[in-house]
Design a protein around this ligand. Structure first.
Ligand SMILES: [Zn+2]
Ligand SMILES: [Zn+2]
Length: 356
């Protein structure tokens, strides 16, 4: 374009080329800055239907918890919490570690199990979950991150689901490679059939199991086993996007916002070791310490033992030590020889060695 303009100024181009050059210059002067302006002036709008759904789910959750205390049978409450716990593996070991990050491979019986568990959580279909999650990792905490934690706690927790997305999110959703999931008939089938699957696994089965097996009322079961259960699972997943991007230590990379947060790990089956996870997103353990409060890792290890999970990828100790030394905040001590060991401790340790 620049070359063309120069040539034209020297009179060495035809009328047609001059016209092309004029149009290109006009484009540069007007359309590109306007696009830039659009992004700079972006003001999200409220998506009222989505906001209504979220308000209904959250208010209904409080009512469901109230019913747990005053009229629901104990089995109904236990069933709801057991469902929350077990279905969570569909998110952590399934949509997250298997399908979003390809951190391991699974045989079809495990895929089916994870797909059913994930569907029970009601967190949209795997394809769109993995798409947003890949965009989140690739463009973390920029305008292209769907739940950019730099926009505050409320936005990264739930606000992103009720506001129109930033234009960069829309653009990058198209740019991320999803060919592996597009080639997986199971995932595309799940995407296509998601509305009836949602009705069956998120509403019908959780609500009618207590009604059928221990004569719970439909009213109690709906508010406890659909509404409260669904809302609690949602919020646990939201904590990974909000809390685990805000409060905690950064042993592996102090220049990024994700942190190590025990409380989130306790609630989210081991998904709170988020500083590690953003540094090594392909590690199936999503945490350095593997099974130290990380039930999702134990879950995958179990299925690896029986041969349903295989090709597990994980970072070696030296990879982790290298990264922690290079960019950690000093809260990571990988072992003897680490520069962050307290000077006094090291001196005492060396003396102890002298005795040996
Ligand atoms: Zn994250
Ligand atoms: Zn991830």
């Amino acid at each position: 374009m620049t070359e063309g303009s120069d040539e034209c100024s020297k009179g060495a181009c035809s009328t047609a080329a001059k016209e092309t050059s004029r149009r290109l210059n006009a484009l540069t002067k007007t359309e590109i800055p306007e696009n830039k302006l659009k992004k700079e002036e972006f003001r999200p709008r409220i998506r009222w239907p989505d906001l209504t759904v979220q308000v209904f789910i959250h208010v209904g959750c409080l009512y469901g918890l109230y019913l747990c205390l005053v009229s629901a049978r104990l089995y109904t409450t236990l069933f709801a919490f057991l469902t929350i716990y077990l279905s969570g593996f569909g998110i952590t070991a399934g949509a997250h570690r298997l399908w979003s990050h390809r951190a391991y491979k699974a045989k079809w019986p495990l895929k089916i199990l994870l797909l059913i568990l994930f569907t029970i959580t009601g967190q949209r279909h795997v394809y769109v979950w993995a798409l947003d999650h890949r965009v989140h990792h690739k463009y973390s905490e920029t305008d292209a991150d769907p739940h950019n934690a730099k926009r505050g706690f409320l936005f990264s927790h739930v606000g992103w689901l009720v506001l129109t997305p930033h234009p960069d999110v829309v653009e990058k959703r198209k740019a991320v490679d999803m060919s592996d999931l597009e080639a997986d008939p199971l995932i595309m089938w799940h995407k296509k059939l998601y509305p009836p699957l949602f009705f069956l696994f998120v509403i019908f089965l959780p609500v009618f199991t207590p009604v059928y097996f221990w004569n719970e009322t439909i009213w109690n079961s709906f508010w406890v086993n659909f509404n409260a259960r669904f809302c609690i699972t949602l919020n646990i997943a939201f904590f990974v996007n909000s809390v685990a991007h805000m409060w905690g230590q950064k042993p592996y990379d102090r220049y990024i916002s994700p942190v190590e947060n025990l409380a989130v790990s306790l609630a989210a089956l081991g998904e709170g070791w988020h500083n590690y996870h953003h540094v090594f997103p392909w590690d199936y353990r999503t945490g350095e310490l593997g099974n130290s409060y990380n039930p999702s890792t134990t879950f995958i290890d179990f299925f690896a033992k029986i041969g349903w999970a295989y090709d597990l990828k994980f970072a070696s100790n030296s990879m982790i030590a290298r990264r922690a030394k290079k960019s950690g905040d000093g809260s990571h001590i990988w072992g003897y020889g680490d520069a962050d060991i307290e000077k006094e401790d090291l001196e005492e340790l060396n003396k102890m060695e002298d005795f040996n």
